[in-house]
Design a protein around this ligand. Sequence first.
Ligand code: SF4
Ligand code: SF4
Length: 429
Amino acid sequence: MNDKISESWDSCVKCGICRSVCPVFKEEKSEPFVARGHITLIQELIKGNLNFSDKLSKEYLGKCLLCTTCVESCPNNAHTDLAVITARTFVNKIHGVPLYKKIMAQVMSQRKVLDLSVRMGNMFSSFMFKTVENVPRKGVNVRMKNPIVEKDRLLLPISKRTFLNKYPESINGKNSKKVAVFIGCAVNYSYTEVGDALINILKTLNIEVIIPKNQVCCGGPIYYAGMIDKAEKLAKKNIELFEKIEADAILIPEPTCATAIKVEYPRIFEYFSNNKYLEKAKKLSERVRDPSDYFYNDTDLINILKNKKLKKEHSVTYHDSCHLNRSLGIKQEPRELLKAIENLNFIEMKDADRCCGNGGTFSVDFRETSLKIGKRKAQNIINSTADTVVTGCSGCMMQIAEALNIENSKISVKHTIEVIDKALRGEDL
Ligand code: SF4
Ligand code: SF4
Protein backbone atom coordinates (compact mmCIF):
# COMPACT_ATOMS: atom_id res chain seq x y z
CA MET A 1 0.00 0.00 0.00
CA ASN A 2 1.36 3.47 -0.79
CA ASP A 3 0.65 6.84 0.86
CA LYS A 4 -1.45 8.06 -2.09
CA ILE A 5 -4.34 5.75 -1.21
CA SER A 6 -5.24 7.55 2.04
CA GLU A 7 -5.77 10.74 0.01
CA SER A 8 -8.73 8.96 -1.57
CA TRP A 9 -10.66 9.01 1.72
CA ASP A 10 -9.00 11.83 3.69
CA SER A 11 -11.23 14.32 1.83
CA CYS A 12 -14.09 13.22 4.14
CA VAL A 13 -15.22 16.23 6.21
CA LYS A 14 -17.55 14.15 8.42
CA CYS A 15 -20.67 15.95 7.15
CA GLY A 16 -22.82 12.82 7.55
CA ILE A 17 -24.62 13.03 4.18
CA CYS A 18 -23.73 9.38 3.64
CA ARG A 19 -25.98 8.41 6.56
CA SER A 20 -29.05 9.15 4.46
CA VAL A 21 -28.07 6.83 1.59
CA CYS A 22 -26.22 3.85 3.10
CA PRO A 23 -28.36 0.67 2.96
CA VAL A 24 -26.46 -0.91 5.88
CA PHE A 25 -26.86 2.19 8.08
CA LYS A 26 -30.59 2.15 7.31
CA GLU A 27 -30.82 -1.24 9.03
CA GLU A 28 -28.16 -0.85 11.76
CA LYS A 29 -28.62 2.84 12.63
CA SER A 30 -25.16 2.95 14.18
CA GLU A 31 -22.17 5.12 13.21
CA PRO A 32 -19.54 2.38 12.68
CA PHE A 33 -21.71 1.00 9.84
CA VAL A 34 -21.69 4.04 7.60
CA ALA A 35 -19.05 5.61 5.35
CA ARG A 36 -18.12 8.33 7.85
CA GLY A 37 -17.66 5.71 10.57
CA HIS A 38 -15.60 3.39 8.35
CA ILE A 39 -13.34 6.27 7.33
CA THR A 40 -12.89 7.47 10.92
CA LEU A 41 -12.00 3.95 12.01
CA ILE A 42 -9.35 3.46 9.37
CA GLN A 43 -7.87 6.91 10.02
CA GLU A 44 -7.56 6.13 13.73
CA LEU A 45 -6.13 2.69 12.99
CA ILE A 46 -3.46 4.17 10.73
CA LYS A 47 -2.57 6.75 13.42
CA GLY A 48 -2.22 3.90 15.93
CA ASN A 49 -5.06 5.18 18.16
CA LEU A 50 -7.05 1.94 17.83
CA ASN A 51 -6.15 -1.70 17.59
CA PHE A 52 -7.76 -4.42 15.57
CA SER A 53 -10.03 -6.03 18.14
CA ASP A 54 -12.28 -8.77 16.76
CA LYS A 55 -15.42 -6.61 16.88
CA LEU A 56 -13.69 -3.82 14.97
CA SER A 57 -12.26 -6.04 12.31
CA LYS A 58 -15.06 -8.53 11.76
CA GLU A 59 -18.13 -6.45 12.23
CA TYR A 60 -17.43 -2.78 11.77
CA LEU A 61 -15.02 -3.03 8.86
CA GLY A 62 -16.63 -6.14 7.38
CA LYS A 63 -20.20 -4.83 7.36
CA CYS A 64 -20.06 -2.79 4.18
CA LEU A 65 -21.61 -3.88 0.88
CA LEU A 66 -19.06 -1.91 -1.16
CA CYS A 67 -22.12 -0.68 -3.04
CA THR A 68 -20.48 2.79 -3.45
CA THR A 69 -23.79 4.59 -2.87
CA CYS A 70 -21.91 6.76 -0.35
CA VAL A 71 -19.14 7.49 -2.87
CA GLU A 72 -21.72 8.62 -5.44
CA SER A 73 -23.44 10.89 -2.91
CA CYS A 74 -20.35 12.27 -1.20
CA PRO A 75 -19.84 15.99 -1.95
CA ASN A 76 -16.10 15.53 -1.31
CA ASN A 77 -15.53 12.40 -3.41
CA ALA A 78 -14.32 10.37 -0.43
CA HIS A 79 -13.69 6.76 -1.46
CA THR A 80 -15.07 4.67 1.39
CA ASP A 81 -14.78 1.56 -0.79
CA LEU A 82 -10.99 1.95 -0.89
CA ALA A 83 -10.90 2.64 2.85
CA VAL A 84 -12.86 -0.56 3.59
CA ILE A 85 -10.81 -2.74 1.21
CA THR A 86 -7.57 -1.35 2.68
CA ALA A 87 -8.82 -1.96 6.22
CA ARG A 88 -9.68 -5.55 5.28
CA THR A 89 -6.12 -6.15 4.08
CA PHE A 90 -4.82 -5.02 7.53
CA VAL A 91 -7.36 -7.22 9.28
CA ASN A 92 -6.32 -10.24 7.20
CA LYS A 93 -2.67 -9.65 8.06
CA ILE A 94 -3.35 -9.39 11.78
CA HIS A 95 -6.14 -11.94 12.33
CA GLY A 96 -5.60 -14.19 9.30
CA VAL A 97 -8.19 -14.91 6.62
CA PRO A 98 -11.29 -16.95 7.66
CA LEU A 99 -11.01 -20.56 6.46
CA TYR A 100 -13.92 -20.40 4.01
CA LYS A 101 -12.45 -17.29 2.34
CA LYS A 102 -9.03 -18.98 2.16
CA ILE A 103 -10.59 -21.98 0.41
CA MET A 104 -12.60 -19.66 -1.88
CA ALA A 105 -9.41 -17.80 -2.87
CA GLN A 106 -7.50 -21.04 -3.42
CA VAL A 107 -10.21 -22.53 -5.61
CA MET A 108 -10.86 -19.34 -7.58
CA SER A 109 -7.16 -18.74 -8.20
CA GLN A 110 -6.74 -21.81 -10.39
CA ARG A 111 -9.04 -22.59 -13.27
CA LYS A 112 -8.28 -26.33 -13.10
CA VAL A 113 -9.14 -26.52 -9.40
CA LEU A 114 -12.30 -24.49 -10.01
CA ASP A 115 -13.30 -26.75 -12.93
CA LEU A 116 -12.61 -29.84 -10.83
CA SER A 117 -14.63 -28.50 -7.87
CA VAL A 118 -17.58 -27.81 -10.15
CA ARG A 119 -17.26 -31.29 -11.74
CA MET A 120 -17.24 -32.85 -8.25
CA GLY A 121 -20.21 -30.67 -7.31
CA ASN A 122 -22.03 -32.01 -10.39
CA MET A 123 -21.07 -35.62 -9.63
CA PHE A 124 -22.32 -35.44 -6.05
CA SER A 125 -24.97 -32.91 -6.83
CA SER A 126 -27.98 -34.95 -5.69
CA PHE A 127 -26.19 -35.85 -2.46
CA MET A 128 -24.99 -32.32 -1.68
CA PHE A 129 -27.67 -30.07 -3.17
CA LYS A 130 -31.42 -29.95 -3.56
CA THR A 131 -32.62 -28.29 -6.77
CA VAL A 132 -35.24 -25.60 -6.11
CA GLU A 133 -37.38 -25.11 -9.21
CA ASN A 134 -40.57 -23.37 -8.18
CA VAL A 135 -38.94 -20.02 -7.32
CA PRO A 136 -38.43 -16.71 -9.15
CA ARG A 137 -35.20 -18.20 -10.57
CA LYS A 138 -34.04 -21.79 -10.33
CA GLY A 139 -31.27 -22.45 -7.79
CA VAL A 140 -30.11 -24.97 -5.21
CA ASN A 141 -30.09 -25.40 -1.42
CA VAL A 142 -27.34 -27.28 0.42
CA ARG A 143 -28.63 -30.48 2.00
CA MET A 144 -26.27 -30.70 4.97
CA LYS A 145 -25.95 -28.40 7.93
CA ASN A 146 -22.62 -26.57 7.68
CA PRO A 147 -20.98 -23.54 9.32
CA ILE A 148 -20.90 -21.35 6.17
CA VAL A 149 -24.19 -21.44 4.28
CA GLU A 150 -27.67 -21.93 5.75
CA LYS A 151 -29.66 -24.89 4.41
CA ASP A 152 -32.53 -22.69 3.22
CA ARG A 153 -30.32 -20.23 1.32
CA LEU A 154 -30.93 -20.14 -2.42
CA LEU A 155 -27.61 -20.61 -4.23
CA LEU A 156 -26.54 -20.49 -7.85
CA PRO A 157 -27.26 -23.74 -9.71
CA ILE A 158 -24.33 -25.74 -11.11
CA SER A 159 -24.44 -26.11 -14.87
CA LYS A 160 -23.68 -29.51 -16.43
CA ARG A 161 -21.40 -27.95 -19.05
CA THR A 162 -19.40 -24.77 -18.59
CA PHE A 163 -19.65 -21.89 -21.06
CA LEU A 164 -15.91 -22.08 -21.79
CA ASN A 165 -16.18 -25.79 -22.64
CA LYS A 166 -19.27 -25.35 -24.74
CA TYR A 167 -18.04 -22.77 -27.26
CA PRO A 168 -15.02 -22.73 -29.60
CA GLU A 169 -12.37 -20.05 -29.22
CA SER A 170 -13.54 -18.26 -32.36
CA ILE A 171 -17.11 -17.74 -33.63
CA ASN A 172 -18.36 -15.90 -36.72
CA GLY A 173 -14.81 -15.46 -38.11
CA LYS A 174 -13.82 -12.46 -40.32
CA ASN A 175 -16.50 -9.87 -39.71
CA SER A 176 -16.08 -6.13 -39.66
CA LYS A 177 -16.78 -5.94 -35.92
CA LYS A 178 -14.87 -8.14 -33.51
CA VAL A 179 -15.25 -8.57 -29.75
CA ALA A 180 -13.68 -10.77 -27.11
CA VAL A 181 -15.73 -12.27 -24.28
CA PHE A 182 -14.65 -12.51 -20.65
CA ILE A 183 -17.36 -14.67 -19.18
CA GLY A 184 -16.90 -14.56 -15.37
CA CYS A 185 -17.34 -17.53 -13.03
CA ALA A 186 -21.08 -17.14 -12.30
CA VAL A 187 -22.04 -17.32 -15.98
CA ASN A 188 -19.36 -19.90 -16.82
CA TYR A 189 -20.45 -22.36 -14.14
CA SER A 190 -24.03 -21.46 -13.22
CA TYR A 191 -26.11 -19.12 -15.36
CA THR A 192 -24.69 -20.48 -18.64
CA GLU A 193 -27.97 -19.56 -20.34
CA VAL A 194 -26.89 -15.90 -20.04
CA GLY A 195 -23.69 -16.73 -21.95
CA ASP A 196 -25.76 -18.61 -24.58
CA ALA A 197 -27.97 -15.54 -24.98
CA LEU A 198 -24.93 -13.28 -25.43
CA ILE A 199 -23.52 -15.53 -28.16
CA ASN A 200 -26.92 -15.70 -29.91
CA ILE A 201 -27.16 -11.90 -30.01
CA LEU A 202 -23.59 -11.54 -31.32
CA LYS A 203 -24.37 -14.11 -34.04
CA THR A 204 -27.53 -12.23 -34.99
CA LEU A 205 -25.49 -9.03 -35.32
CA ASN A 206 -22.79 -10.82 -37.34
CA ILE A 207 -20.04 -9.85 -34.94
CA GLU A 208 -16.88 -11.94 -34.76
CA VAL A 209 -16.32 -13.36 -31.27
CA ILE A 210 -13.13 -14.51 -29.57
CA ILE A 211 -13.46 -16.50 -26.34
CA PRO A 212 -9.95 -16.94 -24.90
CA LYS A 213 -9.88 -20.31 -23.18
CA ASN A 214 -7.11 -19.43 -20.72
CA GLN A 215 -9.01 -16.62 -19.03
CA VAL A 216 -9.02 -16.93 -15.25
CA CYS A 217 -11.34 -15.63 -12.53
CA CYS A 218 -11.23 -11.80 -12.45
CA GLY A 219 -10.22 -11.99 -8.76
CA GLY A 220 -12.97 -9.52 -7.73
CA PRO A 221 -14.37 -11.49 -4.76
CA ILE A 222 -10.82 -12.12 -3.51
CA TYR A 223 -9.84 -8.44 -3.86
CA TYR A 224 -13.00 -7.20 -2.12
CA ALA A 225 -12.26 -9.58 0.77
CA GLY A 226 -8.86 -7.86 1.18
CA MET A 227 -6.67 -10.62 -0.31
CA ILE A 228 -5.02 -8.26 -2.74
CA ASP A 229 -1.84 -10.25 -3.38
CA LYS A 230 -3.92 -13.17 -4.65
CA ALA A 231 -6.13 -10.91 -6.76
CA GLU A 232 -3.02 -9.30 -8.24
CA LYS A 233 -1.77 -12.64 -9.57
CA LEU A 234 -5.09 -13.22 -11.37
CA ALA A 235 -5.07 -9.65 -12.68
CA LYS A 236 -1.62 -10.19 -14.23
CA LYS A 237 -2.74 -13.41 -15.94
CA ASN A 238 -5.82 -11.78 -17.48
CA ILE A 239 -3.89 -8.65 -18.50
CA GLU A 240 -1.23 -10.74 -20.26
CA LEU A 241 -3.86 -12.86 -21.99
CA PHE A 242 -6.17 -10.08 -23.23
CA GLU A 243 -3.45 -7.63 -24.28
CA LYS A 244 -2.53 -10.09 -27.06
CA ILE A 245 -6.10 -10.25 -28.37
CA GLU A 246 -7.15 -7.81 -31.03
CA ALA A 247 -10.79 -6.89 -30.52
CA ASP A 248 -12.85 -3.68 -30.58
CA ALA A 249 -14.16 -4.43 -27.09
CA ILE A 250 -14.03 -7.01 -24.33
CA LEU A 251 -17.62 -7.83 -23.39
CA ILE A 252 -18.33 -8.97 -19.82
CA PRO A 253 -21.95 -9.90 -18.98
CA GLU A 254 -21.14 -9.75 -15.27
CA PRO A 255 -20.66 -6.21 -13.88
CA THR A 256 -18.77 -7.39 -10.80
CA CYS A 257 -16.09 -8.93 -13.04
CA ALA A 258 -16.23 -5.93 -15.38
CA THR A 259 -15.71 -3.59 -12.40
CA ALA A 260 -12.84 -5.73 -11.11
CA ILE A 261 -11.07 -5.52 -14.48
CA LYS A 262 -12.02 -2.00 -15.52
CA VAL A 263 -11.85 -0.17 -12.19
CA GLU A 264 -9.99 -2.31 -9.65
CA TYR A 265 -7.08 -3.67 -11.75
CA PRO A 266 -5.67 -0.14 -12.27
CA ARG A 267 -6.19 0.56 -8.54
CA ILE A 268 -4.34 -2.62 -7.56
CA PHE A 269 -1.28 -1.50 -9.49
CA GLU A 270 -1.61 2.15 -8.54
CA TYR A 271 -2.14 1.74 -4.81
CA PHE A 272 -1.27 -1.73 -3.59
CA SER A 273 1.47 -3.11 -5.76
CA ASN A 274 4.46 -2.53 -7.99
CA ASN A 275 2.98 -0.34 -10.70
CA LYS A 276 4.88 -1.93 -13.59
CA TYR A 277 1.53 -3.26 -14.77
CA LEU A 278 -0.39 0.00 -14.31
CA GLU A 279 -0.24 1.14 -17.95
CA LYS A 280 -1.20 -2.34 -19.18
CA ALA A 281 -4.09 -2.43 -16.69
CA LYS A 282 -5.31 0.98 -17.91
CA LYS A 283 -5.17 -0.15 -21.55
CA LEU A 284 -7.20 -3.25 -20.76
CA SER A 285 -9.63 -1.14 -18.72
CA GLU A 286 -10.41 1.06 -21.77
CA ARG A 287 -11.58 -1.94 -23.78
CA VAL A 288 -13.89 -3.47 -21.14
CA ARG A 289 -17.62 -2.97 -21.84
CA ASP A 290 -20.89 -4.24 -20.47
CA PRO A 291 -22.82 -5.88 -23.35
CA SER A 292 -25.80 -3.51 -22.95
CA ASP A 293 -23.47 -0.50 -23.34
CA TYR A 294 -21.77 -2.02 -26.39
CA PHE A 295 -25.03 -3.11 -28.05
CA TYR A 296 -26.74 0.23 -27.45
CA ASN A 297 -23.85 2.51 -28.44
CA ASP A 298 -21.88 0.53 -31.04
CA THR A 299 -24.43 -1.61 -32.89
CA ASP A 300 -27.83 -1.38 -34.57
CA LEU A 301 -29.49 -3.64 -32.01
CA ILE A 302 -31.97 -1.02 -30.78
CA ASN A 303 -33.44 -0.60 -34.28
CA ILE A 304 -33.59 -4.36 -34.78
CA LEU A 305 -35.43 -4.74 -31.47
CA LYS A 306 -38.06 -2.17 -32.53
CA ASN A 307 -39.39 -4.79 -34.96
CA LYS A 308 -39.21 -7.68 -32.50
CA LYS A 309 -41.71 -9.08 -30.04
CA LEU A 310 -41.73 -11.54 -27.17
CA LYS A 311 -44.09 -14.45 -27.74
CA LYS A 312 -46.35 -13.10 -24.96
CA GLU A 313 -46.77 -9.62 -23.54
CA HIS A 314 -44.81 -8.93 -20.33
CA SER A 315 -44.54 -6.11 -17.85
CA VAL A 316 -40.96 -5.72 -16.79
CA THR A 317 -39.17 -3.70 -14.14
CA TYR A 318 -35.41 -3.15 -13.91
CA HIS A 319 -32.99 -3.34 -10.96
CA ASP A 320 -29.71 -1.39 -11.24
CA SER A 321 -26.79 -3.50 -10.09
CA CYS A 322 -24.44 -1.32 -8.00
CA HIS A 323 -21.43 -2.33 -10.08
CA LEU A 324 -23.18 -1.75 -13.41
CA ASN A 325 -24.76 1.54 -12.42
CA ARG A 326 -22.29 3.25 -10.10
CA SER A 327 -18.95 1.61 -10.92
CA LEU A 328 -19.42 1.34 -14.70
CA GLY A 329 -21.89 4.20 -15.19
CA ILE A 330 -24.36 2.13 -17.22
CA LYS A 331 -27.94 3.10 -16.38
CA GLN A 332 -29.95 4.12 -19.43
CA GLU A 333 -28.57 1.66 -22.00
CA PRO A 334 -30.24 -1.53 -20.67
CA ARG A 335 -33.49 0.39 -20.09
CA GLU A 336 -33.54 1.75 -23.66
CA LEU A 337 -32.89 -1.68 -25.15
CA LEU A 338 -35.70 -3.25 -23.10
CA LYS A 339 -38.14 -0.42 -23.88
CA ALA A 340 -37.51 -0.91 -27.61
CA ILE A 341 -39.15 -4.39 -27.52
CA GLU A 342 -42.65 -3.95 -28.92
CA ASN A 343 -44.80 -5.87 -26.44
CA LEU A 344 -42.69 -5.30 -23.34
CA ASN A 345 -44.31 -2.89 -20.91
CA PHE A 346 -41.49 -1.24 -18.94
CA ILE A 347 -42.32 -0.10 -15.40
CA GLU A 348 -39.78 1.85 -13.34
CA MET A 349 -39.73 0.64 -9.74
CA LYS A 350 -39.13 2.77 -6.65
CA ASP A 351 -35.43 2.98 -5.65
CA ALA A 352 -34.32 0.89 -8.63
CA ASP A 353 -30.69 1.82 -7.94
CA ARG A 354 -30.78 0.85 -4.27
CA CYS A 355 -28.48 -2.09 -3.45
CA CYS A 356 -30.23 -5.49 -3.21
CA GLY A 357 -28.08 -6.49 -0.21
CA ASN A 358 -26.00 -9.21 -1.85
CA GLY A 359 -22.50 -7.68 -1.66
CA GLY A 360 -20.70 -11.01 -2.39
CA THR A 361 -19.39 -12.46 0.88
CA PHE A 362 -21.46 -9.83 2.80
CA SER A 363 -24.52 -12.02 2.22
CA VAL A 364 -22.67 -14.97 3.79
CA ASP A 365 -21.08 -13.09 6.70
CA PHE A 366 -24.11 -10.90 7.56
CA ARG A 367 -27.09 -12.85 6.30
CA GLU A 368 -29.64 -11.23 8.56
CA THR A 369 -28.78 -7.70 7.43
CA SER A 370 -28.48 -8.88 3.82
CA LEU A 371 -32.01 -10.33 3.97
CA LYS A 372 -33.45 -7.16 5.52
CA ILE A 373 -32.00 -5.10 2.64
CA GLY A 374 -33.23 -7.74 0.16
CA LYS A 375 -36.74 -7.51 1.62
CA ARG A 376 -36.94 -3.79 0.81
CA LYS A 377 -35.88 -4.54 -2.77
CA ALA A 378 -38.44 -7.38 -3.06
CA GLN A 379 -41.23 -5.09 -1.82
CA ASN A 380 -40.37 -2.43 -4.38
CA ILE A 381 -40.38 -5.06 -7.14
CA ILE A 382 -43.74 -6.45 -6.00
CA ASN A 383 -45.22 -2.94 -5.74
CA SER A 384 -44.16 -2.21 -9.31
CA THR A 385 -46.78 -4.84 -10.44
CA ALA A 386 -44.34 -6.18 -13.06
CA ASP A 387 -44.34 -9.91 -13.81
CA THR A 388 -40.57 -9.98 -14.43
CA VAL A 389 -37.63 -8.19 -12.87
CA VAL A 390 -34.59 -7.72 -15.07
CA THR A 391 -31.05 -6.95 -14.00
CA GLY A 392 -27.56 -7.28 -15.47
CA CYS A 393 -25.79 -9.12 -12.63
CA SER A 394 -25.76 -12.75 -11.44
CA GLY A 395 -25.24 -11.85 -7.78
CA CYS A 396 -28.29 -9.57 -7.84
CA MET A 397 -30.31 -12.24 -9.69
CA MET A 398 -29.62 -14.78 -6.95
CA GLN A 399 -30.26 -12.35 -4.08
CA ILE A 400 -33.48 -10.98 -5.62
CA ALA A 401 -34.76 -14.48 -6.42
CA GLU A 402 -34.31 -15.43 -2.77
CA ALA A 403 -35.81 -12.19 -1.46
CA LEU A 404 -38.89 -12.59 -3.72
CA ASN A 405 -39.23 -16.24 -2.75
CA ILE A 406 -39.28 -15.33 0.94
CA GLU A 407 -42.16 -12.95 0.12
CA ASN A 408 -43.94 -15.83 -1.70
CA SER A 409 -43.74 -13.93 -4.97
CA LYS A 410 -43.57 -15.69 -8.33
CA ILE A 411 -42.18 -12.69 -10.24
CA SER A 412 -39.48 -14.14 -12.44
CA VAL A 413 -35.87 -12.90 -12.47
CA LYS A 414 -34.02 -12.48 -15.78
CA HIS A 415 -30.76 -11.06 -17.08
CA THR A 416 -31.08 -8.17 -19.58
CA ILE A 417 -29.23 -10.20 -22.21
CA GLU A 418 -31.68 -13.10 -21.85
CA VAL A 419 -34.71 -10.86 -22.43
CA ILE A 420 -33.13 -9.31 -25.54
CA ASP A 421 -32.27 -12.73 -26.93
CA LYS A 422 -35.82 -14.00 -26.32
CA ALA A 423 -37.26 -10.98 -28.14
CA LEU A 424 -34.93 -11.50 -31.10
CA ARG A 425 -36.18 -15.09 -31.33
CA GLY A 426 -39.84 -14.26 -30.71
CA GLU A 427 -39.89 -16.58 -27.68
CA ASP A 428 -41.55 -16.21 -24.32
CA LEU A 429 -39.50 -15.22 -21.23
S1 SF4 B 1 -17.91 10.22 3.37
FE1 SF4 B 1 -18.53 12.08 2.27
S2 SF4 B 1 -20.74 12.22 2.74
FE2 SF4 B 1 -19.86 10.83 4.27
S3 SF4 B 1 -19.29 12.13 6.00
FE3 SF4 B 1 -17.49 11.99 4.69
S4 SF4 B 1 -17.61 13.79 3.37
FE4 SF4 B 1 -19.64 13.53 4.25
S1 SF4 C 1 -20.25 1.31 0.31
FE1 SF4 C 1 -22.48 1.07 0.59
S2 SF4 C 1 -22.68 -0.18 2.44
FE2 SF4 C 1 -20.57 0.59 2.42
S3 SF4 C 1 -20.64 2.47 3.64
FE3 SF4 C 1 -20.95 3.09 1.51
S4 SF4 C 1 -23.18 3.14 1.22
FE4 SF4 C 1 -22.76 1.98 3.11
